[in-house]
Design a protein around this ligand. Structure first.
Ligand SMILES: [Zn+2]
Length: 462
């Protein structure tokens, strides 16, 4: 058994690792590279392996940096199975169709902007490629050992990161010996609402471990939730609206969970609550469908309700007219909308109508990358451009930091520490600073043999 690293090997996006096992070739994840335009152009490059030589693909979860190049893989000739947890298989069409429409819009804009007027920039992939990809999905449950190729057994363990997220365990017979390769996928923090804590993996001969936040410790989640309650109280006193830019997967559902939990305490019945994102509405539907995967606290929270996430005053707005209707609400509305970093999506309309009012509260529950509108607001911009209009910022802007979907240094170390015998580790999915610091943590705490993945590096599973 042997692993070759292609993506998320020295960076955070573009997760992609190739495995040789029992004489077969597999791919773990086929993620999109995300970042600047130059970085994203790398998605169009040829794959650094022979696509027609692949026998199977295993997908850890539905985030686009783990699954976003699957339609391209299929368009370039991959016809084999794509294995994923059942909830991931339900989230995948939503994520990939959204990515396809963004890619189509990007290509159209590029062609418009091209000076010679003859540019024929093609989108990375289209809806037909997505539909072909979905037909190749093979959905399995957690903890269900499945022989996916002769002599190669796959088991997915709950990774507690987003719904359906999995750590991948591959067992293969080679020369009469069983070898076990474990790929962590993205690991969630313990105590993430709705989801169960990451499941332990019993044994491994080699571990590919994510290290996104391997150099830091997260703020306590309970303190963050209490802070949100306080901001809502202030906003009500001022009769303002509350805007929350949030990603469609995970963060939006977590907010609805906290609203259900603090319904009385935060006096939420007096508000109008909107989730203004067709994608978040669909994803919330998939979460509700897989309520059997929820942790005990979430099951208890929604036990006596007709369905999870519903609140009496919650409206999931799907069409544009409903969305525009919210613009007339001057106060007393909580509006959750995408995109999470305000670079696109309906949140921009709401910002345009609300940023100029001092009663407005704008809450950022997630990280704002350099170069995004969200980042400019967090950094205290006096005014921002929205739809060609200069909008002054008089709203109160809050960043609440403790709602990460990734385990921090101690969470990652704890997950690894539960595997028997401190096996060798290759760190993936992390910037170099985080990986170097985390490598030291693992060496000090467990005496582990730690390697940092690089594109093209090959490691044998011994
Ligand atoms: Zn992820």
């Amino acid at each position: 058994m042997r692993v070759r690293f292609h993506g998320a090997a020295g960076e955070v996006t573009g997760s992609c690792h190739e495995v040789e096992a029992g004489g077969h070739r597999l791919l773990l994840d086929c993620g999109m590279i995300q970042g600047s335009r130059e970085q994203e152009r790398r998605n169009l490059e040829p794959f650094p392996f022979a696509v027609d030589g692949l026998d199977a693909v295993v997908l850890s979860h539905a985030h686009i940096d783990h699954c976003g190049r699957l339609p391209l893989l299929v368009a370039r000739g991959y016809r084999g199975p794509i294995w994923a947890q059942k909830a991931t298989a339900d989230l995948l069409p939503i994520m990939l169709l959204d990515a396809a429409s963004l890619a189509e819009a990007d290509a159209a804009r590029f062609n418009r902007e091209a000076r010679d007027g003859r540019s024929d920039h093609r989108p990375l992939f289209d809806r037909d490629d997505v539909e072909a990809t979905i037909r190749q999905l093979r959905a399995i449950a957690y903890d269900e050992a499945t022989e996916i190729l002769p002599g190669v057994v796959l088991t997915l363990r709950d990774a507690g990161h987003i719904l359906g997220s999995a750590s991948v365990e591959l067992r293969a017979q080679e020369d009469g010996h069983e070898r076990v390769l474990v790929f962590s996928g993205d690991i969630g923090p313990r105590g993430t609402p709705i989801l169960r804590d990451p499941a332990p993996v019993p044994r491994a001969d080699l571990v590919l471990l994510e290290s996104t936040y391997g150099d830091r410790r997260h703020r306590d989640r309970a303190a963050t939730v209490a802070e949100i309650g306080g901001i809502l109280e202030d906003a009500w006193r001022d009769q303002g609206n509350v805007l929350i830019p949030a990603f469609a997967v995970g963060r939006s559902q977590e907010l609805l969970y906290w609203f259900a939990r603090h319904w009385d305490e935060w006096k939420l019945a007096r508000w109008k609550i909107f989730v203004d994102s067709p994608m978040a509405a669909k994803v919330t539907g998939v979460y509700a469908k897989h309520a059997d995967l929820f942790d005990e606290a979430a099951k208890r929270t929604w036990r006596d309700r007709p369905e999870p996430f519903r609140l009496p005053n919650l409206r999931l707005t799907v069409d544009q007219a409903q969305s525009r209707g919210i613009n007339g609400v001057r106060g007393g509305a909580i509006i959750i909308a995408g995109s999470g970093m305000c670079n696109g999506g309906r949140i921009r309309h709401h910002l345009r109508h609300n940023l100029g009012h001092a009663q407005t509260r704008l809450i950022f529950p997630g990280y704002q990358a350099e170069g995004t509108l969200g980042r400019r607001l967090v950094d205290g911009a006096d005014a921002v451009m929205l739809m060609g209009e200069r909008v002054p910022v008089r709203a109160h802007v809050h960043t609440v930091g403790g709602l990460s979907a990734h385990a921090d240094r101690d969470g990652l170390a704890e997950w690894y520490g539960r595997i028997d015998g401190a096996p060798p580790v290759v760190l993936v999915h992390g910037e170099d600073r985080a990986r170097t610091a985390f490598a030291r943590t693992l060496q000090e705490r467990f005496g582990s043999d730690v390697t940092l993945a690089r594109p093209g590096l090959t490691t044998d599973v011994l």
